[in-house]
Design a protein around this ligand. Sequence first.
Ligand code: ADP
Ligand code: MG
Ligand code: MG
Length: 251
Amino acid sequence: MLNINNLHVQLEEEDKQILKGVNLTVEPGKVHAIMGPNGSGKSTLSYVLSGKGGYEVTEGSATLDGQDLLEQEAEERAAAGLFLAFQYPVEIPGVGNMTFLRTAVNAQRKARGEDELSAAEFLKEVRAQAKSLKIDAEMLKRPVNVGFSGGEKKRNEILQMAMLQPKMCILDETDSGLDVDAMKLVAEGVNALRSENRGFLVITHYQRLLDHIKPDVVHIMANGRIVKTGGPELALEVENNGYADILAEVE
Ligand code: ADP
Ligand code: MG
Ligand code: MG
């Protein structure tokens, strides 16, 4: 599904290399977690995959179902089924949340050659999804993320994901800033979307999210590379001992 091979990335503005040869394959139906110290390049990886500007790929490749992602515009990647839940969701003043969702859903359906959802169909779906994420109907009418609390913004990211039904979901520290109840809602939202055709890359600092979203594979990223890969027990090791032992071992 998602195939990243020897990916090297530097900043466009300055000659600073951030990703130094990332290799990663996420199979359909699998949840891969990436953990790692601050500044190791986790967000950069998610940005480069989703098409954010400001980065230059100097070597390597990234494909989704065999299609070259790095050649595509951000909206083409989204239409192809890639979704990124941001570490820091962006506020979009003047654009209603509902309008935003409906436009995104219909753009994606169009790209897939499907008919647009009718207003009634869309409304029914968005209300049901919002309800299960305990997102107030009022929040659907407000501008995207404007004045939302940290937790509401993160739940709104999961609402977008649930509405778009992406093939490959990347969640960048969606748990950070959430209280335990909000984190459980987010985890339930993710678990509800788990299916044999869908892959997940869950980036997180803490093991606690992985108590609720059980990963199949856990990777440790440090200094622009994936330095260790294992099962869920690797996340527990990090929780108990921090990164120092693992990093020392890799050195
Ligand atoms: P993580 O998400 O693992 O905490 P990031 O991908 O955010 O790491 O950052 C990796 C490194 O790249 C850090 O040292 C960060 O300061 C640097 N970096 C990322 N983006 C930029 C940028 N636009 N300008 C300057 N430095 C950047
Ligand atoms: Mg960080
Ligand atoms: Mg980050």
